[in-house]
Design a protein around this ligand. Sequence first.
Ligand SMILES: Cc1ncc(COP(=O)(O)O)c(C=O)c1O
Length: 314
Amino acid sequence: MAVNNYEHVWHNGKFIPWREATIHVSAHALHYASSLFEGMRCYDTVHGPAIFRLKDHTVRLVNSAKVYRMDLPYSGEQLAEAIVELVRVNNVKHCYIRPLAFRGVGEMGVNPLKNPIEVYIMAWAWGKYLGDEALRNGVDVCISSWQRIAPNTLPAMAKAAANYMNAQLMKMEALTNGYSEGISLDVTGHVSEGSGENIFVIRDGKIYTPPLSSSVLPGITRDSVITLALEMGYPLSEENISREALYIADEVFLTGTAAEVTPIRSVDRIVVGKGQPGPVTRALQERFLAIVQGQAEDKYGWLTLCNQPVTAGH
Ligand SMILES: Cc1ncc(COP(=O)(O)O)c(C=O)c1O
């Protein structure tokens, strides 16, 4: 999907035009993957543009930086303010927002500690990540032949660019073989997650999702869906899930900022349930979308409204 970008990019405290948001080829991040990022959505709600779980996303970025000993020059609160400003100056109703913190131009070599930290935030229009049909009818996925990063190799709880080399291998293999997405197993052979999504399984009315120890990213949509499922009275358990549990599940779905709540209709060409989104997936998807679009009461305070346009002043 080409980037349908918005004009203003935030860079180290200033707004710059998109075309000027460039870096030199010697930047540390390009050579050694020393880059962290976030991804969040701003929804066009009935109350105006609103960012979903802004604080939780900035906290995750700050935590990723802590893991990688990166002294971010901005606090989570400052980043959150910058993100709201970015939506305002771009004057958009809805968008995907990508804060990015990386080690820039300085010394060459693996040691990252002397390279300056650059922070950018950009935004673009992103539709349905796995295709327009995906949310309605579900997607076909495979179990990836690539395992998820093992504990104590690359930290799965940090949202680091390096993790996405593993994710890219999964994604390319899935697409090459005619699937929409690949699901990885963790180093013990249990289900981990998709290349950019967490996974949930439903069997006999109970919901299961892999624990964080299965090398999954602590997804903010995952957390939201857990909260909503419990509120709606579904029993839910975070536990190790075996590969075959996906084949014999009544329902399986993916969650993520980009994918939202996307049903899975087959795994390795084995039809899940009736091969169409099941009732629990539907109920959770509807509840989630109603909240993010501002149609249902935001009782958890998940939305940050960003109306009132301001001027960019490059
Ligand atoms: C590997 C991976 N897992 C899970 C997720 C879902 O996380 P979230 O719901 O916070 O977007 C993402 C997306 O950021 C991801 O890249």
